[in-house]
Ligand binder design. Structure first.
Ligand code: ZN
Length: 116
């Protein structure tokens, strides 16, 4: 099976985050926290994030991220699609066929088509 592109992968892990495993969810939290800590010069918030578990030191979690966020997201999305072939609604535009912004969108962000 083809690995989902970055756009599809982000859509799935954002709108179907309930289908992530606990480890995947923690890895995602770790990524998002890392981005928020880019300006943490003195490391105080970083320390706090480790304490609260928003950053992980668990090799099982970090291992999921060893090939970078994009690969991680693609792996999660591929697994979710594989295990839940009917549980994920890819809201593709009826005109241009590209993926809409959310599963509930009624307007295409690419070609501007409206549907109901
Ligand atoms: Zn469209």
């Amino acid at each position: 099976m083809n690995s989902p592109n970055a756009e599809t992968a982000n859509y799935i892990i954002t709108y179907y985050s309930n289908l992530l495993t606990d480890n995947e969810r923690q890895a995602l939290q770790h990524c998002r926290s890392t981005i928020k800590l880019e300006d943490d010069i003195d490391g105080k918030r970083t320390k706090m994030y480790y304490k609260t578990g928003w950053l992980s030191a668990d090799p099982n979690i970090l291992g999921l991220l060893e090939n970078g966020y994009e690969q991680f997201a693609a792996n999660c999305a591929a697994r979710i699609l594989n295990e839940n072939p009917n549980g994920v609604y890819l809201n593709n535009c009826p005109v241009c066929g590209r993926l809409a912004r959310t599963p509930y969108a009624k307007q295409c962000k690419w070609c501007g088509h409206n549907w109901r």
